[in-house]
Design a protein around this ligand. Structure first.
Ligand code: ADP
Ligand code: MG
Length: 234
């Protein structure tokens, strides 16, 4: 396995439930994602995509197999090691999870508080990233006064402001119309390429597959053989 990979997964299995209710949901997953790569994962609902994403995101413990993030193994990792791994990751979910009592600016600021940056640098970074997602005129708006696409752009700004090495996005365009969905992903792609950030995005949206370097397909807990974007898009 290459040490330089952003994410490296070998023989990964995952189960939910205990005893007779125990059910396997991931089967022998093997996957290598290079640094700077933009990967899209598709597949039917219930096939295990979110489970795999939460394992990669160090949000759930590895049960069987190996998964390393930027060279750190997560199998048998301590709570502290899992927390450290999460510092390298930006998360974007379908429900953007903005805090409604904070403005766009404050929602993005939240993501920087654990980082060691000065107040002046934090302010500059927050303004830059909100400008980059096209919200320079909306920084002081509360989520209730933003459209779905604008809220998702705040979520992108929040995920990127700490300049993570990896972005994990779970159906980030699900709640958006066609045009805003593509806009949001294009912004994410552009910023990630500028920061040499690796992206793994789950989506059902066939119209954005062309933005990926590689598309992978999950079915019934199995990762299907990699195909190129063209073959799947046809
Ligand atoms: P996808 O994101 O592709 O829709 P999921 O990873 O959410 O798939 O789910 C994979 C399988 O695991 C499904 O059968 C789902 O019902 C089951 N599952 C997901 N989360 C849990 C959980 N917390 N407890 C038990 N079963 C779960
Ligand atoms: Mg899911």
């Amino acid at each position: 396995m290459s040490q330089s990979a952003a994410i490296s997964i070998a023989h990964l299995n995952h189960y939910y439930g205990q005893g007779s209710l125990r059910k396997q949901v991931l089967f022998n997953i093997n996957l290598q994602i290079e640094r700077g790569e933009i990967l899209i994962m598709t597949g039917p609902s219930g096939s295990g995509k979110t489970t795999l994403l939460t394992l990669m995101g160090s949000l759930r413990s590895i049960q069987e197999g190996n998964l390393s993030i930027l060279g750190s193994e997560l199998l048998d990792a301590s709570k502290e090691q899992m927390t450290l791994a999460r510092r390298n990751i930006g998360y974007i979910f379908q429900a953007h999870n903005l805090l409604n009592f904070l403005t766009a600016y404050q929602n993005v600021e939240m993501a920087l508080e654990i980082q060691e940056v000065t107040a002046t640098e934090a302010d500059a970074r927050i303004r830059n990233i909100l400008t980059a997602v096209g919200l320079e005129a909306r920084m002081d708006y509360y989520p209730s006064n933003l459209s779905g696409g604008q809220k998702q752009r705040v979520a992108i700004a929040r995920a990127l402001v700490s300049q993570p090495k990896i972005i994990l996005a779970d159906e980030p365009t699900a709640a958006l119309d066609k045009k805003s969905g593509r806009d949001v992903v294009e912004i994410m792609e552009k910023l990630a390429r500028e920061q040499s950030c690796t992206i793994l995005m789950v989506t059902h949206d066939n119209r954005i597959l062309d933005l990926a370097d590689r598309v992978i397909y999950m079915e019934d807990g199995h990762l299907m053989n990699p195909s190129n974007v063209g073959e799947i898009a046809q």
